[in-house]
Design a protein. Structure first.
Length: 113
């Protein structure tokens, strides 16, 4: 069974940076499109970055130029670099493959103003 474990979240001031990591057991990221999502309190979960099997990336306008998704095939880990963070980036961040596996616990990112 696939298990996803996110880490790297924390409390950071506006303008700061974080790097999130996602590790998987029971699968290999290179087989799938992999994506990062976030969910803020009272809001729907939204996709913030994706990377295809060939390494092509895609971002919504809200994070384009600030967030970077990458994949380390040797470590079978997917990362999300968060730069120039804003208070509105505060959310629980999740990774998942497409089609979805069971969701992990996520990692909390809190950006103070």
């Amino acid at each position: 069974q696939v298990q996803l474990v996110e880490s790297g979240g924390g409390l950071v001031q506006a303008g700061g940076s974080l790097r999130l990591s996602c590790a998987a057991s029971g699968t290999t990221f290179s087989r799938y499109i992999t994506a990062w999502y976030r969910q803020a309190p009272g809001k729907q979960r939204e996709l913030v970055a994706s990377i295809t099997r060939t390494g092509a990336t895609n971002y919504p306008d809200s994070v384009k130029g600030r967030f970077t998704i990458s994949r380390d095939t040797a470590k079978d880990t997917v990362y999300l670099q968060l730069n120039s963070l804003k208070p509105e980036d505060t959310a629980v961040y999740y990774c998942n493959v497409i089609p979805w596996a069971p969701w992990g616990q996520g990692t909390q990112v809190t950006v103070s103003s």
